[in-house]
Design a protein. Structure first.
Ligand code: ZN
Length: 190
């Protein structure tokens, strides 16, 4: 940030009094411009024994697979965001169910909130964000072509739970940037 979004004056980068981190501070109007982690909301859309996967038509990770997820908008709940992203990325309508996973990704200052979703019909279709959408059984999931480690782990949680007949809430901290399918992770205690 170079200029104050409130008044347009050039900002300074300094540690405000009684704070402990440098912030962008406007010397003209006094506004302190805080930056905080972003929330990504998504869901695993389920139809019968299959889940809906989307091939990314946008960068980053163009051409790789994900389930619908994206940045939460202002003034919406995480569940509303998950349903909206599902519609935007796959044209599928879902009823959002229980929370599946909360995954911290501090190296990019993101928090993923992933839900289980029940598709209202088997309808889905490509969008500007997805070059292909497909309902997949577990043995059809392209594990080596998943776009992000958060998505990979969430799918593992989903299928492990389903095999056990439970619906757990999983927490995980991805502490290291290790590629899209990390082997080194730290799972938070449950
Ligand atoms: Zn200002």
């Amino acid at each position: 940030m170079k200029f104050c979004s409130d008044c347009g004056h050039a900002v300074e980068h300094l540690i405000p009094p009684s704070d402990h981190l440098p912030r962008h501070v406007c010397p003209s109007c006094g506004t302190i411009h805080y930056r905080n982690p972003k929330v990504i909301a998504g869901c695993v859309p389920v139809w019968e024994d299959k889940v809906l996967m989307c091939r990314r038509n946008i960068e980053p990770r163009l051409g790789l697979w994900t389930f619908p997820a994206g940045f939460l908008e202002m003034s919406e709940t995480s569940a509303q965001g998950a349903a909206r992203e599902t519609l935007e990325e796959s044209q599928a309508e879902v009823d959002i169910g229980g929370l599946l996973a909360v995954i911290n990704v501090p190296y990019v200052s993101q928090i993923y909130m992933i839900y289980r979703g029940t598709m209202r019909s088997p309808h889905h279709a490509i969008t500007s964000e997805s070059s292909e959408t497909r309902l997949m059984r577990e043995d059809e999931i392209p594990w080596d072509e998943i776009a992000f480690p958060t998505i990979w782990h969430s799918l593992k949680f989903f299928f492990e739970d389903r095999a056990k007949g439970v619906e757990g809430i999983h927490t995980m901290d991805l502490l290291f940037r290790t590629g899209r399918r990390p082997e080194v992770t730290t799972a938070a205690p449950e």
